[in-house]
Design a protein around this ligand. Sequence first.
Ligand SMILES: [Mg+2]
Length: 190
Amino acid sequence: MTAPPILDADSARRVKYVVFDVDGVMTDGGVFLGDVDGRRLEFKKYDIQDGLGILLLRWAGLRVGIITGRVSESVALRAAELKVDDLVQDDQARKLLSLKKICQKHNIDLQEVAFVGDDLPDVGVLRVVGLPVVVANATDDAVKAAKVTLTRPGGAGAVREFCELLLRARGEWDALVERYVHSRVEGPVK
Ligand SMILES: [Mg+2]
Protein backbone atom coordinates (compact mmCIF):
# COMPACT_ATOMS: atom_id res chain seq x y z
CA MET A 1 0.00 0.00 0.00
CA THR A 2 1.28 3.44 -0.91
CA ALA A 3 1.91 6.08 1.75
CA PRO A 4 -1.06 8.33 2.57
CA PRO A 5 -0.93 11.58 0.61
CA ILE A 6 0.04 14.79 2.36
CA LEU A 7 -1.70 18.06 1.61
CA ASP A 8 -0.51 21.35 3.07
CA ALA A 9 -2.96 23.82 4.60
CA ASP A 10 -2.17 26.63 2.12
CA SER A 11 -2.89 24.49 -0.96
CA ALA A 12 -6.07 23.15 0.64
CA ARG A 13 -7.38 26.58 1.68
CA ARG A 14 -6.84 27.99 -1.82
CA VAL A 15 -9.45 25.56 -3.22
CA LYS A 16 -12.90 27.00 -3.99
CA TYR A 17 -14.13 24.45 -6.52
CA VAL A 18 -13.80 20.65 -6.42
CA VAL A 19 -14.44 18.74 -9.66
CA PHE A 20 -14.69 15.00 -10.09
CA ASP A 21 -14.45 12.77 -13.14
CA VAL A 22 -16.95 9.87 -13.04
CA ASP A 23 -15.72 6.62 -14.63
CA GLY A 24 -12.73 5.31 -12.73
CA VAL A 25 -13.08 7.99 -10.02
CA MET A 26 -16.66 7.95 -8.70
CA THR A 27 -16.90 4.37 -10.03
CA ASP A 28 -14.42 1.53 -10.57
CA GLY A 29 -14.68 2.19 -14.30
CA GLY A 30 -17.08 -0.71 -14.87
CA VAL A 31 -20.27 -0.14 -16.84
CA PHE A 32 -23.26 -2.47 -17.05
CA LEU A 33 -24.79 -2.22 -20.52
CA GLY A 34 -28.07 -3.81 -21.46
CA ASP A 35 -30.91 -3.77 -23.93
CA VAL A 36 -34.47 -4.05 -22.62
CA ASP A 37 -37.14 -4.07 -25.37
CA GLY A 38 -34.86 -2.08 -27.66
CA ARG A 39 -34.03 0.47 -24.99
CA ARG A 40 -30.36 0.86 -24.14
CA LEU A 41 -29.74 0.86 -20.40
CA GLU A 42 -26.54 1.75 -18.61
CA PHE A 43 -25.86 1.21 -14.92
CA LYS A 44 -22.93 2.20 -12.74
CA LYS A 45 -22.19 1.50 -9.08
CA TYR A 46 -21.47 4.42 -6.74
CA ASP A 47 -19.98 4.48 -3.27
CA ILE A 48 -22.31 5.79 -0.55
CA GLN A 49 -19.39 6.92 1.64
CA ASP A 50 -18.18 9.06 -1.28
CA GLY A 51 -21.58 10.76 -1.30
CA LEU A 52 -21.29 11.78 2.34
CA GLY A 53 -17.85 13.24 1.67
CA ILE A 54 -19.32 15.37 -1.12
CA LEU A 55 -22.11 16.54 1.22
CA LEU A 56 -19.47 17.78 3.66
CA LEU A 57 -17.59 19.58 0.87
CA ARG A 58 -20.81 21.45 0.12
CA TRP A 59 -21.34 22.20 3.82
CA ALA A 60 -17.83 23.66 3.87
CA GLY A 61 -19.00 26.17 1.26
CA LEU A 62 -17.08 24.65 -1.63
CA ARG A 63 -18.52 24.52 -5.13
CA VAL A 64 -18.70 20.92 -6.39
CA GLY A 65 -18.84 19.78 -10.01
CA ILE A 66 -18.85 16.60 -12.07
CA ILE A 67 -17.31 16.62 -15.54
CA THR A 68 -17.42 13.41 -17.55
CA GLY A 69 -16.65 12.43 -21.12
CA ARG A 70 -19.41 9.81 -21.17
CA VAL A 71 -23.12 10.59 -21.39
CA SER A 72 -25.40 8.51 -19.17
CA GLU A 73 -28.69 8.93 -17.31
CA SER A 74 -27.06 7.17 -14.36
CA VAL A 75 -24.68 10.11 -13.86
CA ALA A 76 -27.54 12.63 -14.07
CA LEU A 77 -29.38 10.72 -11.33
CA ARG A 78 -26.31 10.54 -9.10
CA ALA A 79 -25.48 14.23 -9.62
CA ALA A 80 -29.04 15.21 -8.66
CA GLU A 81 -28.89 12.99 -5.58
CA LEU A 82 -25.62 14.61 -4.50
CA LYS A 83 -26.95 18.11 -5.30
CA VAL A 84 -23.70 19.07 -7.02
CA ASP A 85 -23.50 22.59 -8.46
CA ASP A 86 -22.43 21.63 -11.98
CA LEU A 87 -22.79 18.56 -14.16
CA VAL A 88 -21.17 18.36 -17.60
CA GLN A 89 -21.53 15.24 -19.74
CA ASP A 90 -19.59 15.79 -22.97
CA ASP A 91 -19.12 12.80 -25.25
CA GLN A 92 -16.20 14.60 -26.90
CA ALA A 93 -14.43 14.77 -23.50
CA ARG A 94 -13.44 18.43 -23.89
CA LYS A 95 -13.21 18.70 -20.14
CA LEU A 96 -10.92 21.72 -19.92
CA LEU A 97 -13.19 23.77 -22.17
CA SER A 98 -16.18 22.94 -19.96
CA LEU A 99 -14.23 23.68 -16.79
CA LYS A 100 -13.03 27.05 -18.09
CA LYS A 101 -16.59 28.07 -18.99
CA ILE A 102 -17.85 27.27 -15.48
CA CYS A 103 -14.89 29.04 -13.84
CA GLN A 104 -15.41 32.14 -15.98
CA LYS A 105 -19.11 32.26 -15.13
CA HIS A 106 -18.47 32.01 -11.39
CA ASN A 107 -15.26 34.03 -11.26
CA ILE A 108 -13.08 31.12 -10.14
CA ASP A 109 -9.40 30.98 -11.06
CA LEU A 110 -8.06 27.62 -12.33
CA GLN A 111 -5.56 27.82 -9.46
CA GLU A 112 -8.55 27.60 -7.09
CA VAL A 113 -9.73 24.30 -8.64
CA ALA A 114 -9.09 20.78 -7.33
CA PHE A 115 -9.73 18.13 -9.98
CA VAL A 116 -9.80 14.38 -9.34
CA GLY A 117 -9.22 12.20 -12.39
CA ASP A 118 -7.82 8.86 -13.52
CA ASP A 119 -7.03 8.70 -17.24
CA LEU A 120 -6.01 10.47 -20.46
CA PRO A 121 -9.17 12.61 -20.84
CA ASP A 122 -8.23 14.22 -17.50
CA VAL A 123 -4.59 15.02 -18.24
CA GLY A 124 -5.26 18.37 -19.94
CA VAL A 125 -7.19 19.50 -16.86
CA LEU A 126 -4.76 18.05 -14.32
CA ARG A 127 -1.91 20.01 -15.93
CA VAL A 128 -3.51 23.41 -15.35
CA VAL A 129 -5.54 23.31 -12.13
CA GLY A 130 -4.13 24.40 -8.77
CA LEU A 131 -4.68 21.02 -7.09
CA PRO A 132 -4.47 18.08 -9.53
CA VAL A 133 -5.39 14.75 -7.89
CA VAL A 134 -5.52 11.16 -9.15
CA VAL A 135 -6.99 7.98 -7.71
CA ALA A 136 -4.88 4.91 -6.89
CA ASN A 137 -5.93 3.16 -10.13
CA ALA A 138 -4.98 6.11 -12.36
CA THR A 139 -2.92 5.51 -15.49
CA ASP A 140 0.77 6.53 -15.50
CA ASP A 141 0.16 9.61 -17.66
CA ALA A 142 -2.51 10.89 -15.29
CA VAL A 143 -0.28 10.23 -12.26
CA LYS A 144 2.53 12.24 -13.89
CA ALA A 145 0.23 15.26 -14.20
CA ALA A 146 -0.96 15.11 -10.57
CA LYS A 147 0.37 16.57 -7.31
CA VAL A 148 -1.62 14.21 -5.08
CA THR A 149 -2.10 10.45 -5.59
CA LEU A 150 -4.78 8.91 -3.38
CA THR A 151 -4.40 5.48 -1.76
CA ARG A 152 -7.96 4.33 -2.62
CA PRO A 153 -9.13 3.36 -6.10
CA GLY A 154 -12.09 4.90 -7.89
CA GLY A 155 -15.48 3.57 -6.81
CA ALA A 156 -13.97 2.22 -3.58
CA GLY A 157 -13.46 5.25 -1.37
CA ALA A 158 -11.17 7.50 -3.44
CA VAL A 159 -13.63 10.39 -3.50
CA ARG A 160 -14.24 10.11 0.24
CA GLU A 161 -10.48 9.93 0.86
CA PHE A 162 -9.98 13.17 -1.05
CA CYS A 163 -12.89 14.96 0.69
CA GLU A 164 -11.43 14.06 4.09
CA LEU A 165 -7.88 14.94 3.05
CA LEU A 166 -8.94 18.37 1.78
CA LEU A 167 -11.23 19.24 4.69
CA ARG A 168 -8.73 18.02 7.32
CA ALA A 169 -5.93 20.09 5.71
CA ARG A 170 -8.25 23.11 5.85
CA GLY A 171 -8.88 22.41 9.55
CA GLU A 172 -12.62 21.98 8.92
CA TRP A 173 -13.21 18.23 9.10
CA ASP A 174 -13.91 17.80 12.84
CA ALA A 175 -16.43 20.66 12.99
CA LEU A 176 -18.23 19.31 9.91
CA VAL A 177 -18.44 15.84 11.42
CA GLU A 178 -19.92 17.29 14.63
CA ARG A 179 -22.41 19.29 12.58
CA TYR A 180 -23.41 16.13 10.72
CA VAL A 181 -23.78 14.07 13.90
CA HIS A 182 -25.93 16.81 15.50
CA SER A 183 -28.07 17.05 12.37
CA ARG A 184 -28.93 13.35 12.80
CA VAL A 185 -29.74 13.40 16.52
CA GLU A 186 -31.74 16.62 16.73
CA GLY A 187 -35.05 17.67 15.29
CA PRO A 188 -38.19 15.72 14.36
CA VAL A 189 -37.88 12.22 12.97
CA LYS A 190 -38.94 12.16 9.30
MG1 LIG B 1 -12.21 8.49 -15.89
